[in-house]
Design a protein around this ligand. Structure first.
Ligand SMILES: Cc1cc2nc3c(=O)[nH]c(=O)nc-3n(C[C@H](O)[C@H](O)[C@H](O)COP(=O)(O)OP(=O)(O)OC[C@H]3O[C@@H](n4cnc5c(N)ncnc54)[C@H](O)[C@@H]3O)c2cc1C
Length: 346
């Protein structure tokens, strides 16, 4: 390893350029590591849903008092359904975020317009720590929930879930831990050009939101979503004040919760875009088959394509109404300007 002074090194990219070169490599591998969160999380969600349809345990809650009632597959228990949708919504959120980042990379590689390249690269730079930090953490949450849904066999080697957990557990650690991704997001990317990257992201979201204003199915969801954007914006604006009160320590103290919340809001924006498309396609399908609102439930049972679009709408609604607030909750300490972890003497 060079202890004998007989090693030769070649600086890549010239003196003083090590960090930018390192980051070019790191950013690619961070997106790659984020894929592990999405891939394993998605596999866990599929395995868990399949198991929940097979495993028979307990009576249905509506027939609990009837001793002769048959036992039902666990997918019929509300608590299990809640967990399954928690998993699915997270997987779809991760996939949306990953598709956005990698599609931008594709766009960069096919355009010769330097301005276009720069603006897309800026967004990739902002999304990279979100993909790496959020998708690896959220992928783990998905597997963890899946293990719980499987019950005892989720913990044993008889089923693949425990291995999925072990395989994924390293992803929030290597290629830079989640806290390091959060430092990258809050300490570097959001500080660049007086926050221009972050402002550009909020602007893009802001340009999309009016399209939900009069939407027949997504208007009220759009309003709920807008509140998260306001909170995100307020938190970012409040950074200056925190800097004055507690300095950079105070700012980065809440960086990881911020990364989790900011990423979930970004994923929500992308899911809402998908939901708009899903709604249009579903309406078109219904029109083609002459289906009125009263026949929709039956149509959804019979037509897998229609069910796919309807499920996309339901999943997006759940993501916005139930999943994003879980990450927003992580910001409670930041909102209250709580600095206890800095003050306590360990
Ligand atoms: C299975 C495996 C394979 C690996 N493969 C490779 C590889 O191929 N190539 C390679 O180069 N490396 C590899 N690594 C190393 C990996 O990238 C590091 O383990 C990882 O970056 C964390 O660094 P560390 O282990 O030194 O932890 P530390 O840096 O000691 O971190 C410990 C804790 O402190 C926190 N922390 C540290 N610094 C800060 C800070 N400034 N601000 C806030 N929190 C901080 C971390 O978030 C973490 O919670 C691999 C690791 C594993 C486990």
């Amino acid at each position: 390893f060079g202890e004998n002074d007989d090693c030769i090194g070649w600086p890549l990219g010239g003196e003083g350029q090590g960090m930018p070169w390192m980051f070019q490599m790191m950013n690619e591998s961070r997106i790659g590591t984020a894929t592990i969160g999405l891939g394993i999380g998605s596999l866990a969600a599929q395995n868990t849903t399949a198991y929940a349809k097979e495993r028979v345990q307990g009576p249905h809650i509506t027939k609990m008092r009837d001793p002769d009632t048959p036992r039902v597959p666990i997918i019929e228990h509300p608590a299990v359904r809640f967990n399954l949708l928690q998993m699915r919504a997270r997987v779809e959120g991760m996939r949306a975020l990953m598709f956005k980042a990698t599609f931008l990379l594709d766009e960069i590689s096919v355009t010769d317009d330097p301005e276009m390249q720069a603006s897309k690269q800026n967004l990739v730079d902002l999304l990279t720590p979100m993909c790496k930090g959020w998708c690896t953490e959220v992928g783990l949450e998905v597997v963890q929930t899946g293990i719980q849904v499987l019950g005892g066999v989720g913990y044993t080697k008889d089923f693949p879930m425990e291995q999925l957990y072990r395989d994924l557990r390293v992803a929030p650690i290597y290629e830079g831990t989640t806290d390091i991704q959060a430092l990258d997001l809050v300490g570097r990317k959001m500080m660049q050009n007086q926050g221009a990257l972050f402002v550009a992201l909020l602007q893009q979201i802001g340009e999309f939101l009016p399209s939900l204003g009069e939407h027949p199915r997504l208007a009220s969801l759009g309003k709920i979503y807008e509140n998260y954007c306001d909170t995100l914006s307020d938190l970012a604006l409040g950074t200056q004040e925190v800097m004055q009160i507690r300095g950079i320590e105070g700012v980065v103290l809440h960086a990881t919760p911020f990364l989790m919340f900011c990423s979930s809001v970004t994923a929500g924006w992308l899911l809402l875009q998908q939901a708009v498309v899903a709604h249009d396609r579903l309406e078109k399908l219904k029109h083609e088959h002459g289906i009125g609102d009263l026949d929709t439930a039956e149509f959804l049972k019979e037509n897998p394509q229609a069910r796919f679009y309807e499920n996309k709408l339901i999943t997006t609604q759940f993501f916005v109404e139930a999943v994003i607030p879980q990450y927003e909750g992580l910001m409670a300490a930041a909102k209250r300007r709580n600095y206890d972890p800095l003050d306590i003497v360990f």
